[in-house]
Design a protein around this ligand. Structure first.
Ligand SMILES: Nc1ncnc2c1ncn2[C@@H]1O[C@H](COP(=O)(O)OP(=O)(O)OP(=O)(O)O)[C@@H](O)[C@H]1O
Ligand SMILES: [Mg+2]
Length: 267
């Protein structure tokens, strides 16, 4: 079987400064990360530690002040179709139906209606929304809208899916349901995912690799590799049992310690 080469994303000594009225503010300092293959990377850390800044640099929305980001051997210099973005607020277009919202990136690339609708239907199936393709987006619940946003980001078949707290605004039940949908879509598409969350449980459940960040200035405090929990879920284990096992709880405490230790130092 023909396999596309695995995605690589290398971040070398990335520093980002914002210009402010009080002078330059260092949002990220000397971040180094080597990400590869079908990693589900989760970035976690206290508010202001630079998670969104990092995602925006990967998306190509924001330039590095110094350092470099290299995707599949090519320096990132702006947005590109090989990176799909899901925002916290889904940014769907209310005047388009569900199917046309998902198909929109394909329309912008000049793909004909029949083909783009076929692709959009396949992506809606991936997120469990096949029966809603004819609905208006304002008829959907927040969780359904977020699934449509994920389907739309997958429509361009990106190498990397970037998600900035996509589940942050949802209630706990809906959130857990979408976490499971997301893992199944990841398993089927084998994309690299870069996902931001404030929830340590969500981070450990979804991620194969956890990037723990601390603020003042934003840096990577620790990278945890080969987390097993998402693969346990995909192999059939029950989500609640996974989250209540000792290994999960120990790691959760370790991550919380890393996040709050630094917080206490800076008050
Ligand atoms: N446009 C901007 N201009 C100036 N400073 C900014 C700008 N955007 C972010 N910052 C600052 O950069 C730092 C990192 O911000 P960023 O939004 O990346 O953090 P975050 O980890 O995503 O936080 P949150 O969890 O609250 O979303 C913060 O100190 C923030 O105040
Ligand atoms: Mg943010």
């Amino acid at each position: 079987m023909l396999r596309t080469p695995a995605t690589t994303l290398h971040i070398h000594d990335l520093t980002v400064r914002y210009g402010t009225a009080q002078g330059p503010r260092v949002a990220l300092a000397n971040v180094n990360l080597q990400l590869a293959g079908d990693d589900f990377v989760v970035a976690i850390g206290a508010s202001g530690c630079g998670k969104t800044t990092l995602l925006n640099c990967i998306a190509g929305f924001l330039p590095a002040s110094s350092g470099q980001l290299v995707l599949n051997g090519v320096p990132i210099q702006g947005p590109g179709a090989e990176r799909g973005v899901v925002f916290q607020k889904n940014a769907l277009l209310p005047w388009l139906g569900v199917l046309d919202n998902v198909a929109l990136p394909l329309k912008l690339r000049g793909i004909g209606k029949a083909q783009r609708h076929d692709i959009a239907r396949a992506k809606l199936a991936l997120v469990g929304l096949s029966d809603l393709e004819d609905r208006a987006v304002w008829e959907l619940s927040g969780g359904m809208q977020q699934r449509v946003g994920i389907a739309r980001a997958l429509a361009s078949d990106p190498a990397v899916l970037l998600m900035d707290e996509p589940l942050g605004a949802l209630d706990a039940f809906t959130r857990e349901g979408i976490q499971e949908t997301l893992l199944r879509a990841w398993a089927q598409t084998r994309k690299m995912v870069f996902f931001i969350t404030h929830s340590v449980e969500e981070a450990l459940f979804l991620g194969t690799r956890l990037v723990v960040m601390t603020p003042h200035p934003g840096t990577v405090a620790k990278v945890m590799d080969d987390l097993p929990f998402s693969r346990q879920f995909l192999a059939g284990a029950d989500a609640r049992q996974i989250k209540s096992q000792a290994e999960f709880i120990d790691l959760r405490e370790e991550v919380l310690d890393l996040i709050y230790r630094k917080e206490h130092v800076y008050g």
